[in-house]
Structure formats: C-alpha cells, structure tokens
Design a protein around this ligand. Sequence first.
Ligand SMILES: [Cu+2]
Length: 290
Amino acid sequence: MRVGTALILCLALVATACGERSNERRFTLNGQIETLDPPVKNLIVKHDEIKGFMPAMTMPYEVRDVKVLDGLAAGDLITATLVVETNGAYLTNIKKTGSAPLEKKPPEPPNPSASSGFELLKPGQPVPDNAFVDQDGRKRQFASFKGTPVVMTFIYTKCPLPTFCPLMDRHFAALQKPLKADPTLAKVHLITVSFDPATDTPPVLKAHAKKLEADLTRWTFLTGDRDEVDHFAARFGVSVGRAMNDARDITHNLRTVIIDAEGKVVKVYTGNEWTPDQVLADLKALPRSG
Ligand SMILES: [Cu+2]
C-alpha cells in the first residue's frame, strides 16, 4: 500500500517535471560576446538570427550558473543554447568557437538627437502631446492623462524574449495592486505604448490587456501612427529598428518613464533592471499635488 502510494507520488513528480520542461524552448545561438563581467551573471552578445524566434541583435543575456562563463572573455565567438521559459531566458552550454576583434561603436548615443533630429527629454520637461489610439480604438491625446502621475513603458506584444517586453508587462501588472492599495498612489495611471502598430491594433492590445488582467480604468494601452510613435518614443531614448524585409522583425531597447501630474518627465529608467518597488518608491517621493 505504502509502496504503491510512493510510486504514484513519484510518477506525479516526474509528470510535473516533464510538464515544466515542455514549456521550455531551446534555441541555438551563434554570436560574439561584447561585454562580460564575471561577477555579474550577465553578458552582452551580438548574435545572428535565431530562425523562427528572433532576428539578429545585440542583447544582454543571463546565465543561471556563472561557471558557464569560465574561460570566456569579450571578443569570443560563441555558440550557446538559449533556453526560453515562460518568465525568463538564459544561456547555457556556451562554447567558444573562436575570437574576433570587437566592432568599435558607441553602445548607445547619450542623445539620439544627432541621428533622429529629436532631442532627448530631460527631467522637468513636458511630454509632447502626441495623438494616440487606445485599446478601444478611441483617439487619445497624451495631454488627456494630465492630472495624475503616469508610469509609461514601451513594448510590442510579439516580443519573443521573456526578459524584455513581457517583463515590462509583468512589472506593470504587479504594480496594479500596490498602487490601488495606497491611497496616495491610487490615482497613478499606467500607460503601455506599442511601437508595433502593424501588429498591435486596438483589438490586439485589448486582448493583450485582458491576458495581463489589466484594470483598464488605471492602465491604458496606446498605439498610433508608426512614425509618430517612433518619434515620441525616441524623445525618451527608445530606439526601434525594423528589418528591411519585414517591419515586424523588431530590434529595440527599453525605457520606462515616470511623468508627474503636470505632464512633465520625472525619471527615465533604462533597460530591464528596474523593479516595481523602485517605481513605487519614486512615485511616493513625488511632491503631492492636489
Ligand atoms: Cu521586446
């Protein structure tokens, strides 16, 4: 009897483990290490297209075990396995295949105005009053959000990497509850702007919002004319690259912005390292208005 129970338990555990593994997808990645800081479990890799998953790009990747970085250095050409899970992604089986001089290029211009003709917004400057369309297909001027502090981020719903746009979505979803619970922050509005209007039409954004259990009275999803969205996003340092042969093939960075009730920039977070707690602390530090 006891043996039987134990056996059933074992089988259940094996089944769970298998089930988890089936959510995991593995891809072969070929590229070059651009930056590697051994104490950090993070390396920046410029890599080729991963067929069926993502275009060629340069991105930060995590490793689960720093040991896999032993003997590796910036400039090394590598082949590795990219493991993509529901809520994360990491590199493993990293093998050095050679090395090459690193391409010399500034990582990101501190001010993209030179290339885009648009000045980066500084804290205290007003956010431009761009025209958008929301998840219900309604026209929305950005200025219509004045009166409450706003946390805004930029994404596209087809983003393949769980540590990029989907992480921004998860962070925003996680912010909903503490914002609602804190009377001093209850009015804060969340805005997610998609820079992929070709795919992210209002109905797609609406379905995306539903999947995230977004409370649409406090969280709005916007899109609009592609060039206008690009220009608006560029003012915060967002750069979006699209493949010549397929506009849905997108390479991008991340920016998340805190905007005060008067519609002025307070703070811009770069990358994916900010946490909901940090945003909550920064929102609490805002001077009280009305
Ligand atoms: Cu993305």
